[in-house]
Design a protein around this ligand. Sequence first.
Ligand code: THU
Length: 134
Amino acid sequence: MYGKLSVAAAEARKKAYAPYSGFKVGAALLTADGKIYSGCNIENSAFSPTVCAERVALFKAISEGERAFVAIAVAGGKERIAPTMPCGVCRQALAEFCNGDLKVISVSDESGNYTETTLGALLPNAFSEADFRG
Ligand code: THU
């Protein structure tokens, strides 16, 4: 089901710029109309400007006008791909545009095996500013 998306995440990982941690991540975000936006982590010598692969993929898509997403695949690891989940900041960034049924695909290995969960399972009770509007 998400084999092609997993391959796209693994391909994006090859472009990671991670000279400080050595931890390379690729992400591939699937839109409702079948397009794929990919991203890799981009580190910085000042550390805090570092951005994760998931947010690079998300922001590329948003900046192109995309608003509807069905799944994101993540492929991370140092020497080789090992199971990786989006960090808390990326979960919240995804929650700005996606509801809890967004599929989160974690690529497990170099063979393209993957596990599947949802944004709702990874970020229950996500903060939403709209919940506090009076
Ligand atoms: N990283 C990601 O790109 N995505 C994740 O889901 C986890 C962490 C990056 C940030 C940093 O460049 C490196 O992995 C180590 O934390």
